[in-house]
Ligand binder design. Structure first.
Ligand SMILES: NC(=O)c1ccc[n+]([C@@H]2O[C@H](COP(=O)([O-])OP(=O)(O)OC[C@H]3O[C@@H](n4cnc5c(N)ncnc54)[C@H](O)[C@@H]3O)[C@@H](O)[C@H]2O)c1
Length: 390
């Protein structure tokens, strides 16, 4: 038996051991297997969560060496290279500011923060610490092979000059939500923070464009809800209600700097359907479209003047002749398909590459700030009924 020659390592501390904390943790394990050219192997060093009894067990199950309940302990550790923030959205600002000031490379889940006040505080810290190149935002939808291939086809001019972009993100929150949060819902994380942020970023990324101005509308579709669930035997009608300001719906028309018109549609009324994220881009020669409900397939229609109109399915496989950039990293057989675990692993891979190479990660916190401005402008447009400059 021979000893394995160890690879360079990068130490990770992850804060927030909930739904996304688990997906990011899986990604750090998968990335070095899926992406053999990764510049270092991520080591899961510390898992932090404010809730102590669950974090100890999760750290054990997910392969971390240590755990803690106060993230400040991580900031003092010289052996931590990357801090990954997967906490509840409204907590990101304070944690990210502390991580930036500690000089760490930081990846933070989206939405970067939930209010412009927090955004401005965080941007001030990034500027003061010259930290933009050490920041990453978890807009993982950019890492789907089909999304990247669509961007590539557009850049190659396959669909001609882009005329219109449509992005859509639907979730079934309305049918699952039984109580209202007593306080401002969107400042914790509403539909725009959660979902519109993703599709606004995808539009900017896929078109390699910038927002010029938006007009839009956002509001809670089921505004009045009980403040808590009834106790056994309690009459639900006696429970006080609260009127939420949650942004269940957002409909946005955006003028991009290039002149392209983009429409963004986000709803939490996707009842019975679960989750659906998609985009469609129309150009002078053709169209390209993708849905996260069938993530391994990109659909392309090109007018070759032959009369055979219609979309053709392009499967994102691991064939060396495939066009997408992760062709060496997805399962090799066509029928295997690409899943969320692959998508998250590609994000982890890009973070490790950025950290090791010193090249800035895109989207950085500064990129995410542009998306926060789009969400905030939509709120202003809802109040005024006017177009708002970004
Ligand atoms: N990129 C995506 O596709 C995607 C999908 C879902 C959620 N998210 C984002 O990920 C983030 C987390 O969402 P989630 O669904 O995992 O939430 P979650 O509620 O499942 O987990 C959040 C965890 O953070 C912990 N936490 C909160 N404040 C803390 C603090 N100060 N210190 C330590 N731990 C703390 C909580 O105890 C909890 O375990 C949110 O910003 C959300 O918008 C992104």
């Amino acid at each position: 038996m021979d000893k394995v020659t160890p690879r360079k390592t990068v130490n990770i501390a992850l804060i927030g051991s909930g739904f996304m904390g688990k997906e990011h943790s899986k990604a750090y394990s998968l990335a070095p297997v899926s992406c053999p050219d990764i510049m270092a192997t991520p080591v899961k060093k510390i898992l932090c969560d404010a809730i102590g009894d669950k974090v100890a067990e999760r750290a054990r199950l997910w392969g971390y060496e240590e755990w803690c309940t106060d993230y400040h302990e991580i900031l003092e550790r010289d052996d931590i290279d990357i801090i990954d923030i997967c906490t509840t959205a409204f907590t990101h600002a304070d944690i990210a500011i502390d991580c930036v000031k500690a000089g760490k490379f930081v990846i933070c889940e989206k939405p970067l923060v939930t209010t412009m006040e927090d955004a401005d505080r965080l941007m001030a810290a990034v500027k003061e610490c010259h930290a933009e190149g050490r920041t990453a935002t978890g807009f993982n939808k950019r890492r789907w092979p089909a999304v990247l291939y669509a961007k590539q086809l557009i850049e190659e001019g396959v669909i001609g000059k882009v005329l219109v972009y449509n992005g859509r993100y639907c979730q079934d929150v309305v049918s699952r939500r039984k109580t209202a949060w007593p306080g401002s819902s969107w400042k914790r994380s509403g539909g725009m923070a959660d979902c519109t942020s993703h599709i606004a970023d995808m539009c900017r990324f896929i078109l390699d464009d910038a927002y010029d101005s938006v007009v839009g509308l956002t509001y809670p579709m089921v505004p009045t809800l009980p403040i808590r669930l009834p106790e056994p035997g309690e009459d639900p009608a006696t429970i006080p209600t609260y009127t939420t300001d949650s942004e269940d719906l957002a409909v946005i028309i955006a003028k991009m700097k290039s002149g392209v018109t983009a429409t963004l549609y986000q709803t939490w009324a996707y009842c019975g359907a679960g989750e659906g994220i998609s985009f469609e881009v129309h150009g002078t020669k053709g169209s390209v479209r993708w849905t996260g409900e069938n993530p391994s397939v990109l659909q392309l229609a090109v007018d070759y003047g032959t009369g055979n109109t219609g979309f053709k399915n392009i499967i994102m496989s691991g064939s060396p002749v495939d066009g997408h950039p992760y062709r060496n990293n997805v399962p090799g057989h066509r029928g295997f398909g690409v899943g969320v675990a692959d998508n998250m692993a590609f994000q982890a891979y890009e973070v490790i590459q950025a950290y090791c190479s010193g090249k800035p990660y895109n989207p950085s916190f500064v990129d995410a700030y542009e998306i926060l401005k789009v969400c905030d402008a939509t709120r202003e447009s809802t109040r005024t009924g006017q177009w708002v400059k970004i």
